[in-house]
Write a protein that binds this ligand. Sequence first.
Ligand code: BG6
Length: 513
Amino acid sequence: MSAGQLRVLGDATFTAGAVNAVAGGRVSGAQTHHVERVEHSQDLIPDNHVIVLIGATGDLARRKLLPGLFRLSEAGLLPERFRIVATSRASLSDDEFRALARDAVGAFARSTPSEEAWAPFADALTYAVLGDALLPAVEHAERTIGGEVTRLHYLSVPPAACAGIIEALGSAGLNQGARIILEKPFGSDLKTARELNETVHRVFDESQVYRIDHFLGKETVQNILALRFANGVFELVWNRDNVSYVQIDVPETLSIEGRAGFYERAGAFRDMIVTHLFQVLGFVAMEPPTSLHADALVTETVKVFDALRPLRPEDVVRGQYDGYLSEPGVTPDSRTETFVALRCFVDNGRWAGVPFYLRTGKRLAEGRRVLTIGFRELADQLFAPPEGFPPRELVFDLGDPGSISTQFLVKAPGPTPRLAPAPFAFHYEDSFTTTNQLAAYERLIHDALIGDHTLFTRADGIERLWEVSAPVLADPPPLHAYEPGSWGPEASHDLIAPARWYLPSSREEADGQ
Ligand code: BG6
């Protein structure tokens, strides 16, 4: 997090006892609470921009990007003067696109837009068919704004279309005075990732490129860094001497939601593991960066990826939910996985020998994003833990609004030295007001607008992740069937035994979640 990033994260005012980390339950409303707001100081207002939304009629644009841009506009975090040039292959007029955008924002924004907020935003929206019409449309938008204008291209198109569009932006001179946000997946293996990076670098300098992984825009994911590097008590035990395993678990209840065209080529491994779960692993495992500046922080995550041991197919369990083959657009004999669980290792002094367990899948029993750090027990157990008491784990719920919690043992009141579990928990909603908070995409689009690379990934890191994944892509392990609504194939439990997945967990009930 750069200084700018920290300001966007909110201006929390603390009073003694306000942070809800007390044994025995949540702090009640009687405590003084925090105020979080998005500051509108001048350095958070981007320079005047033309935002070029490429793939503007696609699923991501409708679900996240258009609602996200509208939210930024409502929050006063777009430039004083901006235009959005939306483009895709569809033949639409400005008004037709505005109607599409209005529907998307109505369906997917967090609140229904008022006419008052919508009208100026709609006014800034224009549409051009992707191709020769784009350059004049951007130039027209620039003249409308007047003066110096920065270009921000948001490339949200299928991987196969990326290279051609990047070349076309270069030929049209649209790479000048521009930044570009690239959506994942960045290639589909090491070879294609290298080719894509070469294409990108022929047209854009790396300093102009923002490879987005929206998990890094999530508030709780950034809190991994705050917890570690602002609190010695955690950082001092954040190593192989004290940690026995790490789990990064992102089960989803969603199916492929009509995205067969994309998903059939990607599968859970490329869609989630090589991207979001490995990026979270980078934050969990990194060494303290020398500063919170983008270069220092991203360099540390890349060092983690360098130390990742290449995956072995026998450490990976793949699954496919029953019924996947009947999803519209899926080939009847598809071998695409909708579930992956794996074990991997970071071969460096801090983590040698500590397994990192990663799991994700579609149509599972719960939709969650959970990071669990499992701690070693004392060699000499003076007190016998109560039967069934789980290992000591620090649990990050990476959802929105999220939480960080653990359970520890206390002496139960009474004449005998009986122990009982007690929760120790921080819940965002108890300690911060969440109004004005930016969702992950909103935060990251704003970061690109102000030129902050901190939460974006880098070409060398991406290539290394494909390199580490190559043995599994070359020799995919067997595909196990699983029941929709279950926790995936049995083999995924065997993979981590004698440890167990934190989810599903009755321990959370004790913590009042
Ligand atoms: C996307 C994947 O990148 O992330 C989807 O393509 C997945 O398949 C989604 O559902 C999960 O993101 P979130 O923010 O909803 O956890």
